[in-house]
Design a protein around this ligand. Structure first.
Ligand SMILES: Nc1ncnc2c1ncn2[C@@H]1O[C@H](COP(=O)(O)OP(=O)(O)OP(=O)(O)O)[C@@H](O)[C@H]1O
Length: 294
């Protein structure tokens, strides 16, 4: 047992010798039992990071560790649902779950897998090829949860689910995390959907880690301010600022207590992410950067 579920140091991945870096110089540490939101713009490296953690890709440089060991050695304890939810189209749902049981001897949770399928009103005799995208997602999640993994890696799991199914499956995931201490890393573009369920954030941009840490700590390290245009924001770190008429609004990382006449509020998770996406040059805030600054 380890208290770190997912760790990377100097991690980089380049596709082909002449290709650009999909990920570069990534350092992160995710404690066990956390539910981590993995966010970032298209092409930021989210799927690459998840595939590296699942052991489906090898790093070009640096190292990645999951559940205290190399990804290839942890495969039996890691559930991974890729963005395209690969399943065997010619199998029925029941066959698919039987295959899950066969591949995971001694730790297959048939009741959970069957419950996830049943909640979608799916006929176990239906062939996978006859399912809609959202129904396929449900079967892929049933397979991953049935494995009762220590670490669950989900690449945009909710993208093709209707709002009710999202709500239902998010509840199932949270129950799994609470009951078994499963660590979940979940990529998504819908940040509002992650706000209630995730306690940890990893924001990637341009293949690098831009924000990492407990969401409460990251929110507390920022302030959204509205001040008269032209106000000098030094010495605070400015993540993003814009002036509209006579007002300047900005997301800051305060270096010291803010003047009492500034209107300052704590940002929402969505605001925190949006402001960082709008300004890809904003300085990173990760435990590695904090250690370097200390
Ligand atoms: N198999 C591959 N071969 C070559 N380049 C790749 C491959 N997979 C990913 N890339 C490149 O690596 C970079 C990161 O891609 P990745 O799929 O990890 O991003 P992402 O954050 O998951 O994006 P999205 O939000 O669009 O799913 C992109 O520039 C992409 O073109």
């Amino acid at each position: 047992m380890t208290d770190t579920a997912f760790e990377a140091a100097g991690l980089g991945k380049r596709f082909g010798r002449r290709g650009g870096w999909a990920l570069r110089d990534c350092a992160l540490r995710l404690p066990a039992g956390r539910v981590c939101a993995l966010v970032g713009p298209n092409g930021a490296g989210k799927s690459t990071l998840l595939a590296l953690a699942a052991g489906l890709l090898a790093p070009t440089e640096g190292r990645v560790t999951v559940l205290g060991t190399a990804p290839a050695a942890a495969r039996a304890r890691v559930g991974y649902v890729a963005q395209d939810k690969p399943l065997h189209p010619q199998l029925t749902i029941a066959d698919t779950l039987r295959m899950g049981a066969g591949l995971n001897p001694g730790h297959w949770d048939a009741a959970t897998a069957e419950r996830v399928v049943a909640a979608g009103d799916l006929d176990p005799k239906a062939k996978v090829r006859s399912l809609s995208g959202g129904q396929r997602t449900r079967v892929a999640l049933a397979l991953a949860l049935g494995k009762r993994p220590g670490l669950l890696l989900l690449d945009e799991p909710m993208a093709d689910l209707d709002p009710l199914a999202r709500h239902d499956l998010m509840g199932t995931l949270m129950a799994q995390a609470a009951q078994y201490g499963t660590t979940i890393v979940m990529s998504s573009h819908v940040v509002a959907e992650l706000e209630d369920s995730c306690d940890h954030l990893l924001l990637l941009g341009g293949g690098r880690v831009r924000l990492a840490g407990e969401i409460d700590d990251l929110l507390a390290a920022h302030a959204r301010v509205a001040v008269p245009a032209g106000t000098d924001l030094a010495p605070h770190t400015v993540v993003e600022s814009r002036t509209t008429g006579r007002q300047l609004t900005a997301l800051l990382r305060p270096a010291s207590p803010l003047p009492s006449d500034w209107r300052a509020t704590t940002p929402s998770l969505e605001e925190l992410v949006l402001f960082h996406l709008r300004n890809p040059d904003a300085p990173a805030l990760t435990p590695a950067h904090e250690e370097a600054a200390a």
